[in-house]
Design a protein around this ligand. Sequence first.
Ligand code: GDP
Length: 377
Amino acid sequence: MHRLARALWLIPRCLHPQGPIPRRYSTPSAASSSVDSQVQRLLDGVLQGQRWALAEAITLVESTRAAKQQQATALLTLVLAEQQRRLREQGRDALSLRIGVSGSPGAGKSTFLECLGSYLANDERNHKVACLTIDPSSRITGGSLLGDKTRMANLSRNPRAFIRPSPSSGALGGVTRTTAEAILLCEAAGYDVVFVETVGSGQNEYVVADMVDVFVLIVAPGGGDELQAMKRGIMELCDVVVVNKADGDLLPAARRTQSDYISALKFLQPRSHSQSFPWRPKVVRVSSVTGEGMEKAWSTLEEFRGMALESGHLEEQRRRQNLLWMWRFVNDHLQDLFRNDPAVQRQAAATEHAVLQGTLTPLAGAQVLMEAYYRRK
Ligand code: GDP
């Protein structure tokens, strides 16, 4: 079963374009009686916070094999039920904080995550920290900007931390879809701080912003050029800007960069701002090498979480994000159905050629393909 079809499996049967949807479990609570042993083993391991189980569970949701995808859906259904149960019992305290982290290559994202992650997962603070990375470069180059094994070496040895690079193949959409599922699995395993790291390269920030509670942009001190070059869209996405490398010779430049960002953000529409949640993006200065500023960075994120929980913004945003993802899955699925249709495929090459040559407008080209689709059989 296609991954998107798997997502659609959770939608009421009447809405499914291909008729009855196979459902192994009528309700999550009834699932335990019929759950297969592999899923049960993973579920038990994940709920006990076992890292091997979490790693295997994420591998399962990333699998493209039909049987594995069915198991993944079963597992996620049970995980969701468990999440609901914890919410009922523990209230909002059961909610993790999902933090998106982005920035240009070299800004210091992994060094920052290593430093902040270690700060949070020490004996005193006792947080459980998960870092999931999305690396679009791996798709294009076959290499990986984020997947380097030496990254976050200390944090990866910390028993309270879990680090998972995205798979090095597969489409961006595929990677991010499994990332959203991986977040749920991490939370089920007790990780209360979940970072989703991505390289600042454009579109993928928007996708990440749609799966996290708070979005952090990491920047290095610069002469103002970087701020000029920074896309307005990315600035508008962020709730917190972290000016990294505020140490040694770079400290004066870091101070200037901080005030540049404070000024620039005043003129932008913040991502998370409403009457009930009047958050204005904050700019903090840190050194991921000396650790200076980490306390401030974390207290800023905690302040965001506190306000977001208090005002209902956090839960409301998650509800909106869930709906958004549902429709994204539907869109993707329908597009796959359309593109893979033999009648469409027969017309596609010639129509694309005509649009490329400029002899057919994009709209007319789309109409040709849609007519082929509706007239098929
Ligand atoms: P990423 O590509 O954004 O993940 O950046 P990295 O974390 O790999 O860091 C890029 C370079 O900047 C490395 O050489 C780091 O040692 C260095 N770096 C990262 N954080 C700091 C910092 O706070 N201060 C200084 N001086 N260098 C840093």
